[in-house]
Design a protein around this ligand. Structure first.
Ligand code: NAG
Ligand code: NAG
Ligand code: NAG
Ligand code: NAG
Length: 532
């Protein structure tokens, strides 16, 4: 009897398996672009694996997400008044901004900053209005009754959408410059005395001058962010909601959880509220076998092994001069080089170098023949290097990459080179150090052991907390109440002032009493001497 029942159930499962599952939840995802989408995708696929129905929202100008591809999740597009060409232009300007910051005159750097600030303001406003300000679109989403919204703040206004739809909301991110979003909206208590501000200029052990610099770094970022959020974004939020609204308040109140893509084997320790969950390395996996021709090439390296080299998905242009520099350096080393690069290729390639449009990075880093990883220092690639224990040669290009490499360099797991100043000799020396000097391997292996020594996989932790929020319709009980205080209440300045007043009053009373007693006593004494 039971076995028949079991068979019927199994059969039902097989039949029903292809239609949307009712026992999973409905999840809405607002991802970022480029590598941000790659690591959000890992979470999306795991949600699908666990029977949740996932919808990914993509704007019509997105340069990243291919909406025509057949996927196991649904892709829904929202209309923005910006074409893909404009978006590409924006990201090109973004790369130029970093190029001029690192290798340009002051004037170039300044005008690139003004240009990119203006472009980002209009990007944020356009995407925000397309995502949360289109009534038809938002009402369509409301009808789908989502149980949670996951968003990368790289794409603005996921929080406002969650607020309008009244759906629990989870942020997925690595960090913001100056920790502004986390500090000022998420109530993460970041202390300038021992938490280095990013862009990083010092480790977490700072002398007086470094602490002064760190303090000023935080202050500058706070002021810039205040201007951005209060003046610019809050105006758009107010316009969309139709009532006075503050961007930071909406985000801080709305975010049930912050899933942060880092952890303490890498980042410097710092205090955080209980709704911050650290999932660094959630995308790392054991290696799969390499494609046949690549495996053959890797095996042909013998005892010297291979070097894996890539600058990631966003960086496509390499000047002929820089390209030749890399080639002439690689010519001088005994290792084979697997180079992931989409741009124009050198005409004469030495036999120990192979260039591929795309490389299976995780599988290569997990290969026993891999000796070193030359990287721009994007956080996805660095976590894979930590996971597999591959020492690094970091050549940071933009955004948080200099910080990422800086920290691993200080921990003795990486050598850093300056892309704009290095020559072939520096590269050869750097590679030799990383490969021949055992301390780099030992240090990255120590970080790797720390990374693997945790009670659950980072991806499982992410999934547990997402499902926790779905089961419990939010996680407001984890919120610290700091957001409801004014700045003087937060720092207990009112309490200090009160205590100080009491202290002053008591001191005054004591001093008055003493004076009174003293006078009385002296007067008596005086009187007595007079009488005598
Ligand atoms: C998007 O996916 C479709 C279907 O898989 C493919 O034909 C197309 O080339 C892809 N487009 C891009 C830009 O990758
Ligand atoms: C609003 O969204 C709907 C549905 O996605 C779309 O058809 C329409 O063009 C959008 N309106 C604007 C002004 O972008
Ligand atoms: C990158 O190269 C393409 C084609 O070679 C060129 O059109 C574009 O302007 C270059 N971009 C930058 C930022 O140099
Ligand atoms: C760095 O700037 C100099 C001077 O403008 C320029 O000649 C050089 O090509 C730049 N380097 C790179 C790699 O862009």
């Amino acid at each position: 009897m039971t076995s028949v029942y079991l068979h019927v159930r199994l059969l039902l499962l097989l039949v029903v398996g292809s239609v949307p599952q009712t026992h999973g939840g409905r999840v809405l995802v607002v991802p970022g672009e480029f590598s941000h989408w790659q690591n959000m995708r890992v979470i999306v696929e795991e949600l699908v694996e666990r029977n949740h129905a996932v919808t990914v929202l993509v704007n019509t100008g997105s340069p990243t997400v291919n909406h025509t591809r057949q996927e196991r999740f649904q892709i829904q597009r929202f209309t923005v008044s910006m074409q893909q060409g404009d978006m590409n232009q924006l990201w090109g300007d973004f790369m130029d901004f970093w190029k001029y910051q690192r290798n340009g005159t002051r004037q170039q750097a300044f005008s690139a900053s003004v240009l990119i600030m203006n472009s980002f303001f209009s990007y944020m406003s356009v995407v925000c209005k397309g995502l949360a300000g289109n009534k038809t679109f938002v009402e369509g989403l409301r009808r789908s009754k989502y149980e949670v919204i996951l968003s990368d703040p790289f794409t603005p206004c996921g929080d406002l959408l969650a607020d309008i739809l009244d759906v629990p909301y989870i942020i997925v991110m690595r960090n913001t410059f100056g920790y502004t979003l986390e500090r000022m909206c998420g109530q993460m208590p970041t202390l300038p005395s021992f938490v280095p501000c990013n862009p990083i200029t010092a480790t977490d052990q700072m002398n007086f001058m470094e602490r002064l610099g760190n303090f000023m770094n935080y202050a500058t970022h706070s002021a810039l962010f205040y201007f951005h959020s209060s003046v610019h974004m809050s105006k758009i939020y107010t316009e969309i909601k139709g009532e006075p609204t503050d961007m930071c308040k909406v985000l801080g109140k709305k975010a049930d959880l912050w899933l942060i893509r880092s952890n303490w084997e890498w980042d410097y320790p710092r205090p955080f509220p209980p709704n911050f969950i650290f999932i660094g390395g959630h995308h790392c996996k054991p290696p799969k076998p390499l494609p046949e021709d690549l495996e053959e090439f890797v095996q042909s390296s013998g005892d010297d092994g291979v070097v894996v080299f890539t600058f990631g998905s966003l960086y496509k242009n390499l000047t002929v001069e820089r390209r030749n520099m890399f080639v002439s350096a690689f010519q001088q080393i005994p290792q084979k080089v697997v180079w992931g690069f989409k741009g124009e290729r050198p005409q004469h390639l030495p036999a120990n170098i192979r260039i591929y449009d795309w490389i299976p990075q995780n599988d290569l880093l997990g290969h026993p023949k891999t000796k070193a990883f030359i990287t721009h220092g994007g956080s996805n690639g660095l976590y894979e290097a930590i996971y597999h224990g591959v020492p690094l040669l970091g050549i940071p290009l933009f955004a948080d990459q200099p910080d990422n490499i800086f920290i691993l360099e200080k921990k003795g797991a990486a050598v850093q080179l300056d892309f704009y100043k290095m020559d072939a000799d520096d590269l050869v020396k750097g590679l030799q150090a990383v490969i021949k000097n055992p301390s780099y391997k030992e240090n990255i292996m120590r970080l790797s052991r720390l990374h693997h020594d945790q009670p659950m996989r980072p991806l499982d932790r992410a999934l547990f907390w997402i499902q926790f929020v779905m089961r419990n319709r939010g996680a407001k009980h984890l919120h610290v109440q700091a957001g409801n205080l004014t700045w003087y209440q937060y720092h207990c300045l009112d309490v200090a002032l009160f205590l100080l007043s009491i202290l002053t009053l008591v001191s005054w009373l004591i001093s008055r009493t003493c004076r009174f007693c003293f006078r009385k006593c002296c007067w008596k004494h005086h009187g007595k001497t007079k009488a005598e």
